[in-house]
Design a protein around this ligand. Structure first.
Ligand code: MN
Length: 250
C-alpha cells in the first residue's frame, strides 16, 4: 500500500502536478543591459513562480522560442510609447522618453503571447502597451489631458504605500484576485488608458475617472493594472496584491 502511494506521488510529480511555473518578464531598455527591476522578480517568487527576464528582440523565432517555454508573461513598467507610430497622435509637449526598440519588442511580444493563449499581466507601461497593441489609445499626459484630472498620480511616497483609492468592477479578474471593491494603490504615472481597445473593458478607476485596470473580455487572463503591485506586495496591505501574481500561476 505504501509502495503504491509512493508510485502515485512520483507519477503526479513527473506529470507536472508540482511543476514550477515560469513567468517571463519583458525587459527594459537601459543601454548595455537586458534587465527587469528586481521588484518584479521578487513578487513572482513570492507568489511561487519562477521569473525569467526576456531580452529585447523583434526576431520572431527568438520570441516564439521563449513563448514556448513560459507559462505566463508580465509586461513591465517603463518609458512612454511612441504616440504617432502606435495610436496615430502627434506627440504631446509633455511626452516623456520613448524607446523605439522597446516599443517594437513589447508590441510584438504581447500580441504573440495573447495569440498563443498565454496569461498576460500588464503593469503600468505594460497595461498601456496592452491597450495600444490591441487598438486602444492613451492620454499622453493626464495632468493636462484627462478632463476630470483631480488627484495626484505621481506620488512621492514609497512604492509600498497606497496613496489613492480605486473602485474595482466586481465582475473582473482584478476583483477576483483582490476580493475588495475599494483599495488604496500606489501611483507613478503621467499617462493612462484613454479609449479602451476593442474587445477590452475598464475594470477599475480612480476617483477622478482615470482608468486603473483593463481586461480582455473573452479572455480575462489577459489583463493589466496602472499601479505597481510588485511594490505593494512589500507594504502593509500585501495580502491585497499577492493574488495578482498568483493568478499567473493558476
Ligand atoms: Mn494612479
Amino acid at each position: 500500500m505504501k509502495k503504491l502511494l509512493l508510485i502515485v506521488l512520483a507519477v503526479m510529480m513527473a506529470g507536472g502536478a508540482y511543476a514550477q511555473k515560469i513567468v517571463g518578464l519583458s525587459s527594459k531598455a537601459r543601454a548595455g543591459e537586458a534587465a527587469a527591476n528586481s521588484t518584479y522578480v521578487n513578487a513572482v517568487r513570492k507568489a511561487g513562480g519562477v521569473p525569467v527576464v526576456i531580452p529585447m528582440t523583434t526576431d520572431d523565432r527568438q520570441i516564439d522560442a521563449i513563448l514556448n517555454v513560459i507559462d505566463a508573461l508580465i509586461m513591465t513598467g517603463g518609458e512612454d510609447i511612441a504616440p504617432l507610430k502606435y495610436f496615430g497622435e502627434e506627440p504631446h509637449p509633455n511626452l516623456g522618453e520613448v524607446v523605439p526598440a522597446r516599443d517594437a519588442f513589447d508590441i510584438k511580444l504581447i500580441r504573440k503571447a495573447v495569440e498563443k493563449g498565454i496569461p498576460v499581466l500588464g503593469i503600468c507601461r505594460g497595461v498601456q502597451v496592452m491597450n495600444v497593441a490591441f487598438g486602444g489609445t492613451l492620454y499622453q499626459d493626464i495632468p493636462t489631458q484627462l478632463p476630470t484630472y483631480a488627484i495626484q498620480h505621481s506620488q512621492d511616497a514609497p512604492g509600498s504605500e497606497g496613496t489613492h483609492s480605486i473602485t474595482i468592477d466586481k465582475n473582473s479578474e482584478l476583483y477576483k484576485q483582490v476580493g475588495k471593491e475599494n483599495i488604496a494603490v500606489n501611483s507613478f504615472h503621467h499617462q493612462a488608458v484613454k479609449d479602451v481597445a476593442p474587445g477590452f473593458k475598464a475594470t477599475a478607476k480612480s476617483k477622478d475617472g482615470c482608468i486603473e485596470a483593463i481586461e480582455m473580455v473573452k479572455n480575462p487572463k489577459v489583463w493589466g493594472v496602472q499601479f505597481h503591485p510588485e511594490h505593494l506586495v512589500n507594504g502593509d496591505n500585501a495580502e491585497n496584491f499577492i493574488g495578482i501574481f498568483k493568478a499567473l500561476l493558476q
